[in-house]
Design a protein around this ligand. Structure first.
Ligand code: CUA
Length: 427
């Protein structure tokens, strides 16, 4: 048997190359999910809808350009191809320098840019301007006034804020988010913000360190969080649900793990949530404050005799309270607020999920995640600042180094991590 000559290999190679290309293209297309949880093709609010409209305008204009330019090219290649008949003809006249064509092309390019630019600038403007006088908004949602806090929120509102829409201050940190509700008794949450359905919400965006970007694909995006300045946009969500968001600006080691979530609930449920965030964390029975209880446990270890109390003890012993807040019990403010962390369906800025298929908290999974995150946060999220500097605030910036040149970690036992998890799920 002899091998085929090199020329008969060619069609086979061509066929293989073509097949591989087709398979790769098919695989690539399986990634397209127009209803996916971070799909911009499935908008659930007016801002995301406007942004999608611009996307389509841009797609149609560029598609037209592609067909027009590509078509002209194919036509020219075909019409002026070499054939046995014209082989010896002179080269056709070159149209270069024809003023009519050149001016025409410039005008056409400008026209295309204008078609894209006008609606783009309009939407940039609209998302940066509360829809107070927007006819489009009124037609669809009725009175703008229904968005003002005093008209739908029955709880305590900060003085003078009744005639404002709900404001959320969003802060970007390496690599997590905090969300503050300054008009509603300064409620703070982390990584999962809760917003009322059908209400305009003003999001103020600030950074605590480097540039981040707020992107909640089905509701709105993207606006950058810049150090030293306040950006803002308004958003509104039309359907209750659990929405997925992500930092969209490279911001260091764990940028890809800097996710966040928005829980959209009915306005009355929103009030319930705010109430829950404001509750006092009672000290253990027989003590006025957690500090008093903690002092007593220093004399008598046996006072921390349940997993919950052992967890509370370990929480303070490991200096968690230096950085984290839990209402009036723990006052740190440089790490995610842990008030009602048990209500959250994700951990570690959305990277660890404990949410069931019907959008409830998966309690056993949450425990598992809490333990893993507390005990081994370095393996979950490289570069995170919780792992090493648990020895005090100063070490946050300048941790002491060990023999291996790596920061020394305050030892935490697995038992501590488990008890802290229990504590956080019960508090
Ligand atoms: Cu924050 Cu990327």
């Amino acid at each position: 048997m002899s091998l085929p000559s090199s020329s008969s290999w060619k069609p086979i190679f061509k066929r293989i190359t073509f097949s591989l290309f087709a398979i790769a293209a098919l695989l690539g297309m399986t990634g397209c999910d127009f209803k996916g949880r971070m799909s911009t093709f499935d908008p659930k609010g007016p801002i995301a809808e406007m942004q999608l409209e611009i996307f389509y305008i841009t797609v149609w204009v560029t598609l037209f350009l592609f067909i027009a330019v590509g078509g002209a090219l194919l036509y020219a290649v075909w019409k002026f191809r070499e054939t046995p008949e014209n082989k010896n003809d002179p080269i056709p006249r070159v149209g270069h320098g024809n003023p009519l064509i050149e001016v025409g092309l410039i005008a056409a390019s400008i026209l295309m840019l204008v078609i894209i630019a006008v609606p783009t600038v309009q939407v940039i403007w609209e998302q940066h301007e509360l829809p107070v006088d927007s006819e489009r908004y009124r037609e669809r949602y009725g009175d703008y006034e229904q968005n003002l806090l005093g008209n739908w929120y029955d709880g305590d509102i900060a003085d003078g804020e009744e005639d404002e829409v709900l404001v959320i201050k969003a802060y970007g940190w390496q690599w997590w988010w905090s969300f503050e509700y300054p008009q509603l008794d300064g409620v703070v949450t982390a990584n999962e913000m809760v917003i009322p359905r059908g209400k305009v919400v003003k999001i103020e965006l600030r950074s605590k360190d480097v540039i981040h970007s707020f992107w909640l694909p089905k509701i709105a995006g993207k606006v950058d969080l810049m150090p030293g300045r306040v950006n803002w946009m308004w958003i509104q969500a039309d359907e209750p649900g659990y929405y997925y968001g992500q930092c969209a600006e490279y911001c260091g080691d764990s940028h890809a793990y800097m996710l966040f979530r928005a829980e959209v609930v009915e306005p009355d449920e929103f009030e319930t949530w705010i109430d829950r965030q404001q509750r006092t964390i009672e000290a253990p029975e027989g003590y006025d404050t957690w500090g008093a209880w903690l002092g007593a446990t220093n004399q008598d270890e046996s006072l921390a005799n349940t997993p919950f109390l052992k967890g509370a003890k370990a929480y303070f012993a490991n200096n968690c309270s230096y950085c984290h807040a839990i209402n009036d019990m723990s006052m740190g403010n440089i790490a995610p607020d842990l008030t009602n962390v048990k209500d959250r369906k994700s951990l570690a800025a959305g990277w660890m999920e404990n949410v069931t298929a019907d959008n409830q908290v998966d309690v056993p999974k949450q425990y598992e995640n809490l333990v893993e995150w507390i005990f081994h946060s370095d393996q979950v999220k490289p570069g995170n600042l919780m792992y090493y500097p648990s020895q005090g605030l100063i070490n946050y910036i300048n941790p002491p180094l060990g023999d291996d040149g790596q920061p020394i970690r305050t030892p935490m036992t697995l038992e501590d991590a488990e008890n802290i998890a229990t504590f956080l799920q019960e508090i």
